[in-house]
Design a protein around this ligand. Structure first.
Ligand code: CU
Length: 367
């Protein structure tokens, strides 16, 4: 293996071993976070158990993105045009982990609609290796990367960031439901239509039922509380929505990094809650033989219906470097959203008052 690739995998697993907390970077006011942000220090433990203060590692701010949270213009009433629109204002909690050459910006965004959005953005300095080449025309054979500058090759690699989501939707006992969208053919002549689609709900009974490859079939993924209902009688729940970066590992199953990170071929898994199962790559990642990771835990195939469950989501990116990633890479993002799904009785924003037109004082040096 190319030495730089080996270093990369070491970095990958260091990240898994340390978690993002030990690598938390201090945030720069007015740049990492906006002017209205509050900054929070954190105390973490080093590998000897001693406390370390890390300053300004979290920022919290209210964000008005300039977008609407909901709107409608009603043209259907003769002689009237009625428009109602409400602004999208959300609360963002941000941290940055600088792990080796990369920086990961992690945003938890709490929306007034009840949605919780997670964004992870990659930036920093690419993993590179030295090469004798100074022009793409000189290259022969697979050099495992892109020539970014003279004698500088950015190597192909992956990023997998796995989230441990210990959801308790209206109580600790939850179920994982796949709402599959299926085509139904109309064959009895009851309609001039030839087909329609409908929803078939499948509740995962065991961990094997809840291993999901995103995009393999049209389905909505939900965590519900089967013993709590809305007034309409629907299961109270939250829905998992992917917001891009759904890459799954392309390595062969017997390749050693893949054995260690064998969970990286599926983006979604659900486990029965177990206090010791916290980090997807296991506790001793650098020495792992793949027997202590998320895939090994789900292979036990424990019961996960109407009990305390953990939803695991892996944000994945294959990274083919391009010249614009050099010398420092602009942010590249992915993430997911947890959106209420029959959690509220109706749109919780419906009572939000409309924005009033406000005439702000025109401040000048002389006033
Ligand atoms: Cu990368």
């Amino acid at each position: 293996m190319d030495p730089s690739e080996e270093w990369y995998y070491k970095t990958f697993f260091d990240a898994g071993e340390f978690g993002f907390g030990l690598s938390a970077a201090p945030l720069e006011p007015m740049t990492d976070c906006p002017a209205n942000a509050a900054f929070i220090d954190a105390y973490i433990t080093d590998r000897d158990g001693s406390p370390i203060k890390q300053s300004n590692v979290l920022c919290v701010f209210e964000r008005y993105s300039g977008d609407a949270s909901w709107r409608h213009t009603e043209f259907g009433i003769p002689g009237q045009v009625i428009t109602e629109v409400r602004p999208e204002v959300s609360l963002v909690v941000r941290m940055v982990s600088a792990i080796g050459n990369y920086d990961y910006v992690i945003d938890w965004e709490f929306k007034t609609s009840g949605s919780i959005k997670l964004g992870v953005s990659l930036t920093g300095i690419l993993e590179m290796k030295g090469t004798q080449y100074t022009h793409a025309d000189q290259i022969s054979g697979d050099q495992h990367g892109t020539l970014l500058a003279a004698n500088t090759m950015g190597v192909y690699h992956d990023h997998f960031v796995t989230f441990h989501l210990d959801l308790d939707v209206d109580g600790p006992d939850n179920s994982f439901v796949k709402s599959k969208l299926k085509t139904v053919r109309v064959t009895d002549g009851s309609s001039p239509r030839r087909s329609y689609w409908t929803v078939t709900k499948e509740t995962a009974r065991t961990e094997a039922d809840a291993v999901v490859e995103l995009g393999a079939e049209p389905a909505e993924l939900l965590v519900v509380n089967p013993s709590k209902k809305t007034k309409m009688g629907n299961d109270v729940g939250y829905r998992l929505i992917s917001h891009g970066a759904t890459a799954a590992s392309l390595l062969s199953d017997d390749d050693y990094p893949q054995i260690r990170a064998s969970y990286s071929k599926k983006q979604v898994r659900v486990t029965a809650y177990n206090k010791s199962e916290k980090w997807a790559a296991g506790l001793y990642t650098d020495e792992s033989r793949g027997d202590d990771n998320l895939a090994a835990w789900t292979a036990r195939n424990r019961a996960i219906e109407n009990t305390d469950i953990v939803l695991w989501y892996t944000v994945g990116l294959h990274h083919v470097p391009y010249q614009e990633d050099f010398p420092v890479m602009p942010l590249l993002s992915g993430g997911f959203e947890l959106r209420p799904a029959n959690f509220f009785e109706s749109n919780p924003l419906i009572k939000t008052p409309a924005n009033r037109q406000v005439h702000l004082p025109n401040c000048s040096r002389n006033s």
